[in-house]
Design a protein around this ligand. Structure first.
Ligand SMILES: [Zn+2]
Length: 374
């Protein structure tokens, strides 16, 4: 039951968004601990009430303060450096973005950690008692299946052990924290201060291969990448301009490589994992897969473009869009993200696709100037 969404980026990193699950309230002080010892709930609790297609929940951790907890489970082969890196990110990200669910972190070494130990610790946090395979993994999410125990975050040592990666581990960890931020708010209603789950809509999205509640994949991944790089650069963990100039070149390469086969790239092609799989595999109508990871590179650049052209601002991009998406989705089932996009990113999403696709065909110099990367 792992890996409904696995995306290969730069051919050697795999970013995975996965579905997990859950378990009884325990009392833990507000802390950034080193062991995720106890689950809040041993099974999915009963809803407080149901209304329409929604079931509403108020969780124990909302009132005892443990929604502010982050814990780090680390295993054999993980250096102090890795643990410190994850803790530094969890702490800074909570500060910058807020936190409305407990965050359970699992960090390990792909070769040296013992999978049995990890799985025996991990299983109580999942509702189907599955585990995960050790590998190059950076993954985080909050799903309807695990929400009662908070968000979940997994990271393997590849992301910090290589000095040539230049702070990449911080940026990747921040990116993953942002997925917890995005996906916790998609359930949360600020006014009633509770969480609502519309199960029938979730299965409809799955069946119809529709756009996820939080928005298109390029927005979810690009937003995480933009935010991860932005806040990591403020801490001087990474070089913002260097990273985005690199991503611009990658995105331009996706476009020119595809164009050589008459394959026209649009950001719209990166709305769901199904459409991405199609263009990035031999299912591509041209028979040749596109170069990878435009959802990340162009998705991140799209956020910078929206800000630099004055259509939106940092608060909307990192916060307001997500804080209001649950409400807008309830009012406009299946289309909440479109309303949120228009409200917080300054234009209808369909118009944005046209404008951004045109922008991506401009000269590199012009792009650098518009994005203020010079
Ligand atoms: Zn991601």
């Amino acid at each position: 039951m792992e890996n409904p969404l696995t995306i290969t980026i730069n051919s050697n990193l795999t970013l995975t968004a996965s579905f997990e699950k859950v378990e009884e309230p325990s009392t833990v002080a507000n802390y950034l601990g080193t062991k995720c010892k106890e689950v809040s709930y041993t099974s999915i609790p009963d809803a407080n009430y149901a209304e329409g297609d929604y079931s509403y929940y108020t969780y124990g951790w909302q009132s005892d303060g443990t929604d502010q907890n982050s814990c780090v489970n680390s295993y054999q082969g993980v250096s102090t450096e890795g643990i410190d890196l994850v803790k530094a990110v969890l702490s800074d990200a909570k500060d910058k973005l807020g936190q409305i669910v407990p965050v359970n972190t699992w960090i390990f070494h792909s070769q040296l950690s013992n999978i049995e130990t990890i799985c025996s610790d991990y299983k109580p946090f999942t509702d189907d008692f599955s585990c995960f395979d050790l590998g190059v993994i950076a993954a985080a999410t909050v799903t309807q299946y695990v929400l009662h125990n908070g968000g979940e975050f997994k990271l393997s040592e590849h992301f910090w052990r290589d000095e040539e990666q230049n702070g990449n581990g911080y940026k990747v960890a921040y990116h993953e924290y942002f997925h917890i931020h995005q996906n916790s708010h998609k359930f949360y209603f600020e006014e009633t201060q509770n969480f609502g789950i519309n199960m029938s809509q979730f299965s409809k999205v799955d069946q119809n291969k529709g756009v996820n509640l939080v928005g298109p994949v390029w927005l979810e991944e690009g937003g995480a990448e933009f935010t991860g790089v932005w806040y990591s650069s403020l801490k001087e963990w990474v070089d913002y301009k260097e990273i985005w100039t690199g991503y611009l070149d990658e995105a331009r390469s996706v476009i020119s490589d595809a164009a050589s086969r008459g394959d026209i790239v649009s950001l719209r092609d990166y709305e769901t994992r199904y459409t991405i799989e199609e263009v990035e595999s031999s299912q591509n109508p041209t028979g040749t897969p596109r170069e990878f990871a435009y959802a990340y590179s162009a998705g991140g650049l799209a956020h910078i473009y929206l800000i630099k052209t004055g259509k939106t601002n940092l608060d909307n991009v990192v916060s307001n869009y997500y804080l209001n998406i649950a409400e807008l989705e309830r009012d406009h089932v299946g289309e909440g993200y479109k309303y949120a996009f228009e409200k917080y990113f300054g234009m209808p999403i369909d118009d944005f696709y046209v404008e951004f696709d045109e922008f991506m065909l401009k000269s590199r110099e012009e792009q650098i100037s518009i994005l203020e990367l010079n």
